[in-house]
Design a protein around this ligand. Sequence first.
Ligand code: ADP
Length: 241
Amino acid sequence: MAGFVSIRNLRKSYGSFEALRGIDLDVAKGEVVCIIGPSGSGKSTLIRCINRLEGSTRKRDPRGRHPVTTGRALARVRAEVGMVFQSFNLFPHLTVRENVMLAPRRVRRTTRADAAAQADRLLARVGISSQADKYPEHLSGGQQQRVAIARALAMEPQVMLFDEPTSALDPEMVGEVLDVMRDLARTGTTMIVVTHEMGFASQVADRVIFMDAGQIVEQGPPAQVLSDPKNHARAISWAPC
Ligand code: ADP
């Protein structure tokens, strides 16, 4: 049965280099999938293809329910998929609250009052209500990333994608962002997370996917993939980048 996200034989080339070499991936509603693997294995490319930041070289799946494979309009895809990047990419000239309000105002034509109320709810959810009127430059990296999560949630996406969301943070700020992501997972958010945080993956993921050289080489419950690797013995000692 096709999943909530359903991808078949996804391929992506940069020139003659094949970054993704035939990915099949189904993610169920409410499932948390963590993608791990050595640097350059295609994790980021995969997640960017899911968000259509990258066009795939070839894809086919008339059965898939998710916009990745059904060819709906790009704007619609983006509205259904929330993405959080390594770098927070907040708008520096907007306050924290305005950053969260922007997409609902522009894309959904939500009224200013409704968008502000929703932003305040989301900022409370990520634990930074008190920062709502500040500009991003006055926030710590961890706080900015939590705003970025709130901003992505504002479009009420069906799937949240995270591309190494804690890699750019000082170590002492990693925990606060992972806590927010834990809370999202606990409350049923469908999540696909590229991460080097093995503790997070082992505690929170329903499934861990190990990629190498553009392919999924192993997947399964965290305990199986992280502690009993079948295919990735040679890569198990990779250094987080
Ligand atoms: P990961 O996220 O696992 O570190 P990436 O998906 O970023 O890996 O990259 C996979 C491969 O594709 C790497 O070899 C990388 O150099 C290459 N790649 C990624 N983006 C581009 C691009 N825009 N142009 C050319 N090569 C790219």
